[in-house]
Design a binder for this molecule. Structure first.
Ligand SMILES: Cc1ncc(COP(=O)(O)O)c(C=O)c1O
Length: 402
């Protein structure tokens, strides 16, 4: 087998990042005021630059990707008594944001090949209380947005695209985040575009944009007096230091995106040649995939019956950077034990106690037991590092098959 290669470290930074942040420190303008104010400038410039990058009209930077979903729900007037359909295989935030506004998340099982919300299962979950769908572009892989929008339209539902993993992914020629009513992003430290913490909400609709601004800036309206508060909102503003770092990181990002995308295609092809190894499938309508985490399903019988714990152990011993897969939402303690908001009726949920049984979520339960995730760091590494990953898994198969 080839020698253990070096994988890139994350995050990647240089003196431009340092200068940009230190310039903000020296300016004393660490906070950003209202859009027309003279305070700060990096937030407003970053929003403009990210909007051009995504080709989406409105971008609002905010504190993090969890808050971005909360703001989206509040701006779309989703709250107590409402149900929101959420993919079952995602980070807790996609559903905890729903809880935070007093609504009830309803978990939808995934497609066995793309690992994304399965559009064919949505209609069965719709009730008269359903108000929205949150689809998650897991690993940067775009969901089948046309199918999801068709269902949403037929049932008058809002669509929020949780694009926390998918900065610049595109489907049928359009950026993710621009398909639904709005999209949300995370700039948390592990993400492909990050400033340690941060998030954004994006949309094309002018009225929704005004509402989003109101929610994220304490009920203020752009152009109005600072101490006028027109409706309930909170303070979800991002600071200038984070925005400055995001601006220099965004300059490096398009090249990284190209590398990630082509390396992911290359690595998928290598892995697909190994019997019983199934990397997340990219369907033909995906033009570009930002590739955050890289989930792979393996048939245990092709590996002598080992489980994911053994698989991770082997990969780690070989020095291959991995990430833990998200446990399916339905089996997280907060949902099984219904430790959520007081005075909210969760009786209609399709999870909690016995309802969180894996048999009610058969696909995600099977995939999760036999899946591993490669870190996105591998996708910025040299091709020989990708060959090393494929070779390691091939040798493992030989070892366990005997
Ligand atoms: C799919 C998904 N949605 C939302 C979030 C929340 O983002 P943040 O950590 O910035 O709050 C994350 C973070 O990992 C995520 O993976």
């Amino acid at each position: 087998m080839t020698k253990q290669p070096k994988f890139v470290e994350w995050p990647i930074w240089d003196e431009n990042d340092v200068k940009m942040v230190s310039d903000v420190v020296k300016s004393g303008k660490w906070w950003c005021g209202a859009p027309q104010s003279q305070v700060g400038e990096n937030i407003w410039k970053f929003q403009q630059e990210f909007s051009e990058f995504l080709n989406i009209k409105h971008v609002f930077a905010c504190t993090n990707g969890t808050h971005a979903i909360e703001i989206a729900l509040m701006a779309l007037k989703i709250g107590r008594g409402d149900e929101v359909i959420v993919s079952d295989w995602t980070f807790v935030a996609s559903a905890s944001a729903v809880v935070s506004v007093g609504a009830v998340p309803i978990f939808c099982d995934i497609d066995p090949e793309t690992f994304l919300l399965n559009p064919d299962l949505i209609e069965n979950l719709i009730t008269e209380r359903t108000k929205a769908i949150i689809c998650v572009h897991l690993g940067g892989m775009p969901c089948e947005m046309d199918k999801i929008l068709q269902i949403a339209k037929a049932h008058d539902l809002k669509v929020i695209e949780d694009s926390a993993h998918a900065h610049g992914s595109s489907y049928k020629g359009k950026s993710v985040g621009s398909w639904g009513d709005c999209g949300t992003f995370s700039f948390q430290g592990g993400k492909v575009l990050n400033s340690g913490e941060g998030g954004a909400i994006v949309c094309n609709d002018d009225d929704l944009a005004d509402k989003i601004y109101e929610v994220l800036d304490s009920g203020r309206n752009s152009g109005k007096w600072f101490y006028d508060h027109f409706s309930y909102g909170s303070d979800f503003r991002l600071g200038e230091l984070n925005a400055a770092l995001l601006r220099t990181q965004l300059k490096k990002y398009p090249d990284q995106l190209k590398t990630r995308n082509s390396n992911a295609i290359y690595l998928s092809k290598q892995l697909q040649q190994i019997p019983g190894v199934h990397p997340q499938k990219m369907h033909e309508d995906v033009n570009r995939c930002a590739r955050y985490v890289f989930p792979v399903y393996f048939d245990p019988e092709k590996f002598g019956g080992i489980d994911y714990i053994q698989m991770y152990k082997e990969l780690e011993e070989a020095g291959i950077p991995t990430d833990a897969c998200y446990p399916p939402l339905h089996k997280l303690d907060l949902f099984v034990d219904v430790k959520l908001l007081p005075n909210v009726d969760y009786g209609s949920a399709n999870w909690g106690g016995a309802k969180s049984n894996p048999e009610n979520f058969p696909v995600v339960s099977r995939i999760y037991k036999n899946a591993f995730e490669l870190s996105h760091r591998v996708l910025l590494s040299e091709r020989e590092s990708l060959d090393y990953i494929a070779d390691t898994i091939k040798s493992m198969q030989k070892k366990y098959a005997n």
